[in-house]
Design a protein around this ligand. Structure first.
Ligand code: DLL
Length: 434
């Protein structure tokens, strides 16, 4: 099976534009009538629904932000009557108040289709056994991939997060061929397998759909080697639906955004001016077919670029490259902008001397920003010889300076000492009081 929905995924770009235009016109009219915030924002911007005739007119519309969702907490942004909402999810974010998202029956179906498409992108079919180790609950990872697996007709194993020894037992006994979890949890599972003496030949994983947090190509190689599978990047956010907004295809060269449902734009993160394909900026989405809580030009805070270069897999939807961070995760260290994933990339580039388990602490000492990176040495390069360890530490510090221009103190720690995560990894502690 090559595609879940060939008609939608391989539509020629002209027909796709027509579909997007038609959907946008309907959407704008719908939210203008049903969501006071949109009506007010459009009036303030001097735009009427009748001004929107094609997808190109989208730039006339005002942006939506997480703050709008918080202001409307809990159900203020819903466009459907409460009685048509069949599900809610929520994400916590860093500032406390939850962002709530509501779905109608059709929204849940569309979302399940996106996850089914994503699973097929990674080679799954109806015979697959899909081990879902994303958390089930308000977080969208678990239920999203679960519904996707069922929609595909595959067998879903709702393992959820946690109890790693049992997860490994299930993987061994059920011989699941597909796994869905965060990339950091995939490595945790690999560590635990090693401790339990379970070799990758005893499990049957062929592919994994890893996402919900930034990760690097070097981490992909590590996961692929250790679990003996192909590691695919899956992207999404609860506000837009959940996992399955975009996914790597077998080419593993950028994630196809399911553009019949989600219209992507890249804008300059300061001026908010639209940027052409190929340029980096903040990713913005408009949900083209949602009923429960449609979003217009929603600013994701994720930084990436898009490409419309044709892809060998045959899908015509544009691709986004790796999200290497969010504008709000970006650390500014003595004026230099750094994303944790850039640091990860440098660390992992060192002949696999260190493990992809690290923690960054930033502090301010004598009015100066200081950064310390604790990183685990791999079992096979761990040595009692102080000199060898010091050399490795200096090399990492040097590489970080050369690649990113920051002076960071690297502290090597023994294998298995940095706390592991079953969901999204917490990579940074910022102690600065600014
Ligand atoms: O993380 C949805 C999801 C679940 C995606 C499972 C993929 C797999 P939220 O909790 O709302 O939703 O967090 C969304 O996570 O804006 C990105 O900053 C980050 N993120 C998600 N996927 C990726 C990825 C889910 N593949 C936020 N690479 C997004 C980098 C990602 N960052």
């Amino acid at each position: 099976m090559k595609y879940f929905n060939e008609k939608a995924e391989c539509m020629d770009r002209k027909s796709l534009k027509e579909l997007q235009s038609g959907r946008l016109v309907k959407l704008v009219d719908y939210v203008y009538k049903n969501v006071p915030v949109y009506r007010e924002k459009m009036r303030a911007a001097g735009v009427e629904p009748s001004d929107i005739r094609t997808i190109g007119d989208i730039v006339k519309l005002p942006f939506t932000t997480k703050q709008d969702l918080r202001d409307g907490y809990p159900f203020g942004m819903f466009a459907s009557p409460r009685s048509d909402i069949v599900r809610v999810h929520a994400s916590s974010g860093t500032t406390g108040k939850l962002t709530v998202v509501g779905y109608t029956k059709r929204d849940v179906d569309d979302w399940a289709e996106c996850c089914a498409r994503s699973l097929v992108c990674a080679g799954a079919d109806k015979n697959s056994i899909v081990h879902v180790a994303y958390g089930y609950g308000l977080f969208t990872g678990g239920l999203g991939m679960h519904y996707g697996a069922e929609k595909l007709g595959a067998m879903a194993v709702p393992a959820s997060g946690g109890n790693t020894a049992r997860q490994i037992l299930l993987l061994k006994d059920f011989q699941s061929d597909i796994i869905c979890c965060t990339p950091s949890y995939a490595l945790y599972i690999a560590d635990e397998m090693e401790k339990m003496g379970v070799d990758k030949s005893q499990i049957n994983l062929k592919a994994g759909l890893f996402g919900a947090e930034p990760w690097s190509d070097n981490m992909r190689i590590e996961i692929e080697n250790r679990l003996g599978l192909k590691a695919y990047d899956i992207y999404g956010l609860s506000e837009i639906s959940g996992p399955g907004v975009a996914t790597d295809c077998v080419c593993q060269d950028g994630k196809h955004i399911f553009e019949d449902l989600f219209y992507p734009e890249i804008v300059d993160k300061e001026t908010l001016e639209p940027k052409p394909y190929g340029e980096e900026g903040e990713l913005v989405f408009t949900t083209l077919n949602k009923q429960g809580m449609p979003l217009i030009r929603y600013r994701t805070r994720d930084i990436c670029s898009l490409t419309d270069e044709p892809c060998k897999c045959g899908r015509t939807h544009v691709r986004m490259n790796r999200v290497f961070g969010r504008t709000d995760d970006m650390l500014i260290i003595r004026g230099v902008n750094v994303f944790p994933s850039q640091i990860e990339s440098v660390l992992m580039n060192n002949d696999r001397a260190v493990a992809p388990h690290y923690h960054i602490t930033v502090d301010r000492v004598n009015m100066q920003d200081v950064m310390e990176i604790k990183v685990e040495v791999n079992e096979n390069s761990f040595s009692d010889e102080v000199k060898r360890m010091e050399e490795l530490q200096r090399k990492l510090e040097h590489d970080l300076f050369t690649a990113i221009g920051i002076n960071a103190a690297v502290r090597l720690v023994s294998p298995n000492t940095i706390p592991r995560s079953e969901g999204k990894a917490k990579r940074v502690t910022d102690l600065r009081k600014i």
